[in-house]
Structure formats: C-alpha cells, structure tokens
Write a protein that binds this ligand. Structure first.
Ligand SMILES: Cc1cc2nc3c(=O)[nH]c(=O)nc-3n(C[C@H](O)[C@H](O)[C@H](O)COP(=O)(O)OP(=O)(O)OC[C@H]3O[C@@H](n4cnc5c(N)ncnc54)[C@H](O)[C@@H]3O)c2cc1C
Length: 502
C-alpha cells in the first residue's frame, strides 16, 4: 500500500520529533524549513572562529528515570555517546558589595546556603526548599495526550497526581515577584524577582529548580547544534527528507481540507496531512491567512499583559583568558542600569569554558552576557530597526556590556572581544516568532496553563504543534507536542502508534 505523505512545516525540535515518529509509523514525510539548517531556536553558529551556543542552558529529562528521557532517546537528542554536564553550582548571584549566593544543584546544600545568607528568613527558606523537593517528582503527561488516554489511564494519572496537582495549581497563581516579598532580606527579594523573566509564576521557577536538583536537568556536551544534528541524522536515517532554505507561503486548503503547502517559490507540495510546527502566531495569521480561530491561542495573542513573551538581548564575547575556575552562570547586579524600553539592572554571564568540545581559537572560550526582557524589549529594538539605528545600537550595547564585564572582572580587561550581538529582532527574522520570542507564552500568575491539541475546527488533515501550544515553551514542550502530533495522525488513520522500532 502506498504510504501517506505528511508535510511538516518547520524543522525545529518539534518538527523533527513529529517526522521521526511518523517515519517509524510508516509515513512518508518531508520537513520544509525556511532556514538553511534545521534546529530552529535550538541552534549554534560560528563567529571569528568561535562556536556560539544559542540555546541549551539546561535540558530537562536527562535522567533515565524521567518520562522525558525516552523521548530524547527515541529522537536521538540523547544517544549512548552523549555526555551530560551537570553543574553542582546551578547559578551564582552577585548582589554587589561583596554579597553573593550560590544556587546549588542539591536542595539541602542550597537550603544551608540560604539559611546562612539570610537567617532572618528561616521559615520561608525552609518552606521554599520543601516545595522544590515536592516538585521533583512532578512531570506532566509525556507519553500520550490526556484526551487520548483511556479511562483507566486517566484514573491512574489522576490518582498519582492528585496531591501534586494541588501544589501545581496553587504555585502557578503566585508570581515570583509577589513571592519575593515574603522574604525580609532585600537580596533574596531581588533574587526571586529577577531570576525568571518578568511576570513568571513561582511554579515555573520551582519546576526548573526541582529538575536541576533531582539530577534531571543538565547540558549535553557539545551543546545545541550537535544535538539537533543527531536528531536530523535520526530523521534522515529513517527515510525522512528535509527541504531546507524553503519558506512556506501558505497552507493550501480546499473546502475544509488541507491539500498541501504552497512555497514562496510558487511550487505546490501536495500531502495527505500537513503539520505546522512554526510559531503559532505565524501559522494562524500567515500560513492560514487568519481564517481560523483557536480560542486558547487567540486569547493569548490578544492579551500581552497576562500572556507576555520572553525575549533576550545577548552579547557574545571571545575571551582570551583562562576562566575555567569561574562559575558557568553568574547573575550580576549592575550598579549602572542599561536602558532599553526600561532600566535593566541584572545581567547573566555564561562562561562556556566548561565544554572543551566547543570550537574556539587555542586558549580562548566564549562568554555570553544576556539580559532578559519581555515584549517591550522587542518593541524597543524594532523601533531601532525601523529608524535605521539598529546596527549602531547593537554596537552600543556590545560596548556597554563589555564595560560591565571588565568592571566586574578586572583581570579580563583587554581580553574580551565582542563577536556577536543577538536581539529579539534576530529571533523574529530567524524563527518568524512573535515579538522575537524564543519560548512560548510566559505562564504568569494571572494566566492559565496551556495545553492545546493543535486541532483546528473546520480544517481537516492539518495539525498545529510546537512549543507555542504548550505552557511556557522550551525543548520538552517542543518535543512533546511533536510526538503528540504524530500520535493524533496515527489515531485519525486508525494505526496503532509505535514509539520505537523493535
Ligand atoms: C537563547 C535561548 C536559550 C534557550 N534555552 C533553553 C533551555 O535552556 N532549555 C530549554 O528547554 N529550552 C531553551 N530554549 C528554547 C528552545 O530552544 C525552544 O523551546 C525549542 O527549540 C522550540 O522548538 P520548536 O520546534 O517548537 O520551535 P522552533 O525552534 O521555533 O521551530 C520552528 C521552525 O519553523 C521554521 N519556520 C517558521 N516559519 C516558517 C515558514 N513559513 N516556512 C518554513 N519554515 C518556517 C523556523 O525557521 C523554525 O526552524 C532556548 C532558546 C533560546 C533561543
């Protein structure tokens, strides 16, 4: 029997995951990707002989006991040969005036550090660390979408998750900024306010710390580009095909049926199924021409206050000093604020010297300085694009962060060179993402959790997937929604879904 043809728009983690599972399940798939390389937001590139890693700060599900782990193994994001780097000090905070604190990847050690730093906050510190431990065992549905589970499976999940669900729900309604005010110590207040993107709820912070402290959050050695290469090799070895440097213009629809895709070049690619793993806004407004409503996504697009996006301005430096003894992740309070749409006083330095496989000239490593913002940071940069001062502003921010780095680490003076500046406009251009976001919608305390099926009412043979249809975004939601899309197609075609070859 002839295999059914599936066109997948977008070759990021989500699109490749869908492709891998559909190939395993006997489909003929083709990934159509606008960029010259697959990987999407999970990317790395070279400047001045240095590899700049553009994604993985930490990856959830690297522990074989985790339900995400099978997903990473099925797709070869992790293979037998993948070495995982686990930080013992997940992050360090430098508040200035000699005040510093380490977020240890061990809850008991972290609690002791906090208690020594702010004994006046003993009760809150103990309560927070207890919550981290509670969240260590919480993982959402990964194997199958909840709406595809049988009653028995649903009852089992409900039964095992009942107590946890109470805490997930409670903590998702508290913002990090609000929680910060429970602490008397002003540095702890600033840590809780500034660690996550503006507006994030406490559940997201607990979730991150829980996975890291449970030895389930690490960084694959080599970084993002080798990871997506492994996935791409897995996909093509199963017979999947990439069509790179090929932007899709729109989904071709007749009546209620998706017939395939029309490329920017004018060529038409017919298909039995179309899956779009592109950012949701681009899919709904551009690829589907704004003709279809998806309430949960439309509500989010209409309310930037409750559902903001996460943006980043990053400066990459080539560093010709030995910084192997310095922490990987250092959150620094700047005495003098840097102004984009507003004043920013926190910058995070990431020191990539931990990974000797990342290409750099002899004796050098890469350091990145990143400032986290929201939609407004994007609007600020977009304005500079529109008024012709974008390049100039990029140079200015590069120089400013160079000065911050040299003031903080005088021993690096003259040893740092700006090699790249990445703004929200970079991500917008590269990914077609909303406001240059690289994650999904931020899960704020006022917002609701998101788990969208990707099925569009009135449009058959089409599915939406990708990080934007799952709360908070990130690599796991990208892969999960990718697997779910393959499962939904198999179900619609009455095929038993196979997770992996025998
Ligand atoms: C700086 C940074 C740090 C990050 N850190 C982490 C981290 O530590 N941990 C973590 O879990 N996640 C992290 N992420 C997020 C992670 O990279 C993303 O969640 C994930 O890669 C998203 O995958 P996706 O497939 O859903 O979407 P995308 O990667 O956005 O893929 C969509 C693809 O669609 C393509 N496309 C768009 N429009 C079209 C079109 N018209 N035609 C054809 N193709 C199109 C795009 O080019 C893109 O390749 C980070 C991201 C960045 C940028």
């Amino acid at each position: 029997m002839e295999k059914k043809k599936v066109i997948i728009i977008g070759g990021g983690i989500s699109g490749m995951t869908t492709g891998i599972y559909l190939q395993i399940n006997g489909y003929d798939t083709e990934i159509v990707e606008k960029n010259a390389i697959y990987g999407g937001a999970c990317m790395g590139w070279e400047r001045k002989g240095c590899y700049i890693d553009g994604c993985i700060h930490w990856m959830t599900g690297v522990n074989p006991g985790s339900s995400y782990y099978d997903l990473w193994r099925d797709t070869h994001a992790i293979t037998d040969d993948t070495e995982i780097y686990f930080q013992s000090d997940f992050a360090q905070f430098d508040f200035g005036n000699g005040k510093a604190l380490t977020v240890w990847a061990n809850v008991d050690k972290f609690r002791e550090e906090l208690l020594a730093f702010a004994p006046e906050d003993e009760k809150e510190i103990k309560g927070f660390c207890k919550l981290i431990k509670r969240f260590q065992r919480i993982e959402g549905p990964v194997n199958k979408p909840a709406d595809m589970m049988g009653l028995g499976q649903l009852l089992k999940v409900g039964f095992t998750m009942a107590g946890d669900y109470y805490w997930v729900s409670k903590m998702s309604k508290v913002s990090c900024a609000e929680y910060a005010m429970r602490f008397k110590n002003k540095h702890l207040q600033s840590l809780f306010k500034g660690y996550m993107a503006p507006g994030y709820n406490l559940m997201s912070m607990l979730y991150m710390l829980a996975h890291v402290t449970a030895h389930n959050g690490g960084i694959p050695i080599g970084g993002s580009l080798p990871l997506v290469r492994r996935m791409a090799e897995r996909y093509t070895s199963l017979g999947g095909k990439f069509r790179l440097s090929t932007p899709v213009k729109k989904v071709k629809i007749e009546g209620t049926k998706a017939l395939g895709v029309e490329l920017e070049s004018g060529e038409f690619l017919p298909a039995d199924w179309v899956v779009s793993s592109t950012p949701a806004e681009h899919c709904l407004k551009v690829l589907l021409g704004g003709q279809y409503a998806v309430k949960k996504i439309d509500d989010r697009l209409a309310d930037m206050k409750v559902y903001p996006t996460y943006t980043y301005t990053t400066v990459a430096f080539k560093c010709s000093a030995d910084v192997g003894h310095k922490p990987l992740s250092m959150h620094v309070h700047m005495e003098e604020a840097i102004t984009f749409d507003r004043e920013y006083k926190n910058v995070t330095f990431r020191n990539y010297s931990y990974d000797k496989t990342m290409k750099t000239p002899e004796g050098c490593c890469v350091i990145q300085a990143g400032i986290l913002g929201g939609d407004e940071m994007y609007f600020w940069w977009k304005d500079k694009k529109n008024n012709g001062t974008y390049r100039e502003e990029k140079e200015k921010i590069g120089a400013k962060l160079l000065a911050v780095a040299e003031a903080k680490y005088p021993e690096l003076a003259g040893k740092l060179e700006v090699i790249d500046v990445i703004t929200p406009c970079t991500y917008e251009r590269y990914l077609n993402s909303r406001h240059g976001s690289f994650q999904g919608f931020v899960h704020t305390a006022q917002g609701k959790s998101l788990s969208e099926k990707g099925i569009i009412e009135g449009l058959d043979n089409f599915l939406l997937s990708g990080q934007c249809i799952f709360h908070s975004g990130g690599m796991p939601p990208a892969a999960i929604t990718g697997r779910f899309a393959a499962q939904r197609i198999c179900k619609a075609d009455k095929k038993k879904f196979i997770y992996r070859e025998k």
